[in-house]
Design a protein around this ligand. Structure first.
Ligand SMILES: [Zn+2]
Length: 433
């Protein structure tokens, strides 16, 4: 029989009991880092707090935040709360600082995260009979391996495909009857376009049912496009390597936000400017404390990801809090004519439009003027001006709907815009305000 919950006792735990469980775990973890991690002890002392000050969950506000800079103190082992003998896995997360963040996991940590994935997959309707093609990058990045362990725990057959070689991806799907895929939304779009190009009918030639998309923000429009092209049900998943990778938050079939597993994380949303909690439903920065982590607990970690709580209880019955899809990174936000905009919002729109190639750039100049330069497929430059103007109008209008500002759009040939290595510089701000 199909299971509706992987761990019903925890997933349906009444909020009061969930809070009591969190407090018990939080006290334990605060005590542990105070005793075992000199950097935490020093930070607590500087803030004038001791583990004994933590009497309620709200008291967490008196404890200092952990930022990505803290991960580079006594690098790479500085935040370990267990001896190395207990550590079984390293993952890294690339940052802008050059050195990657080093994140360590004990066997218990690996299995705990696998359970969060298994719960999330069951929540989406998956069973042990499903076949998961895992097309995230295997290696130092958490995306693929963590999903892999969780899917195996549920009993799915996992195809460790990794990304790229799209011809082979499609061949694997056909040969083994893949029912679920895990990949980035932009790659899913690419795979879908190749499937279409080959004349394959997803509902007939492929057995795909669900797509788990994460690792980069995307819009509802992109979701609908992928659902339509691949004939799948798309589930939004959220995670970050610092919090163990994917499985931190996952959509249930109601698809009104992502449940965050609160027996594993204490969830706060704060104003990114002053660190104060925002009002329920207001947008702010997601701050997470790992409640289960053994090897490297992180206390009040500033994710830099912006979202908001969805305060209403969910009709799926799970009591764990929901957040809205990630709106973007606090660091990437810019303001045009009083509107907060994220490059990801623009990317989400562009990547959902047929004819748009991979690269784009946002230029801000003069008195709050915004120009979006977009590389489009070469065959649009065949002299048919009307077709080109139509595409330009489509892009302009869709961007206006998404960001509430009407930008100037310039269409350019592929290869025109600078290609940067690593993190792309998408926004050039030349304003003289
Ligand atoms: Zn739900």
């Amino acid at each position: 029989m199909e299971k509706r919950y992987f761990n019903p006792k925890i997933e349906l735990l009444p909020r009061e009991e969930l809070g009591a469980l969190q407090l018990k775990k939080l006290k334990k973890i605060i005590n542990k880092v105070y005793k075992r991690v000199p950097h935490y002890r020093k930070k607590f002392e500087e803030a004038g707090v001791k583990p004994s000050h933590l009497k309620t969950l709200e008291d967490i506000r008196h404890f200092p935040f952990t930022t990505k800079e803290d991960l580079f103190v006594d690098y790479p082992f500085g935040l370990l709360a267990e001896p190395l003998e207990k550590v079984v896995r390293l993952h890294t997360s690339s940052g802008t600082t050059g050195k990657p963040k080093a994140l360590f996991f004990s066997r218990k940590d690996v299995m705990a995260q696998a359970e969060l994935i298994a719960r999330s997959l069951v929540m989406s309707g998956a069973t042990s009979g499903d076949i998961l093609q895992n097309s995230m990058t295997y290696g130092l990045f958490t995306g693929a391996l963590v999903m892999h362990y969780g899917a195996e725990l549920l009993g799915m057959l996992v195809i460790p495909a990794g990304p790229g070689n799209t011809e082979r991806q499609i061949e694997l799907m056909r040969t083994f009857g893949t029912t679920c895929i895990h990949m980035t939304p932009s790659y899913a779009l690419y795979v879908a376009s190749l499937i279409q190009e080959k004349g394959l009918k997803p509902g007939k030639d492929l057995k795909l049912k669900r797509a788990y998309l994460g690792a980069e923000p995307y819009t509802e429009e992109t979701r609908r496009k992928i659902e339509e092209m691949l004939k799948v049900d798309v589930f939004n998943c959220y995670g970050l390597s610092e919090m163990g990778g994917p499985g931190v938050g996952f959509e249930c079939p109601v698809k009104e936000g992502l449940h965050l597993w609160e027996d594993a994380f204490l969830v706060e949303i704060v104003n990114p400017e002053n660190g104060e909690p925002v009002k329920p439903g207001e947008v702010g920065e997601l701050v997470l404390t790992s409640l289960n982590r053994e090897a490297m607990p992180l206390i009040r970690y500033r994710t830099r990801d912006l979202t908001r709580f969805i305060p209403e209880p969910c009709s799926c019955g799970r009591t764990h809090v929901r957040i809205a899809r990630i709106l973007g990174r606090a660091d990437d936000m810019f303001i045009v004519r009083g509107v907060n905009i994220f490059p990801q919002q623009i990317e989400g729109v562009l990547m959902g439009i047929k004819g748009v190639a991979q690269n784009y750039q946002i230029i801000l100049e003069g008195y709050d003027e915004m120009t979006v330069k977009v590389e489009i497929d070469r065959d649009f430059f065949d002299g048919r001006i009307e077709r080109l103007l139509k595409l330009k109008e489509e892009i302009t209008e869709k961007l206006r709907q998404a960001i509430q500002v009407r930008p100037k759009v310039e269409l350019v040939e592929p290869g025109t815009l600078p290609v940067s290595e690593g993190k792309a510089k998408r926004v050039i701000d030349k304003r003289t305000l």
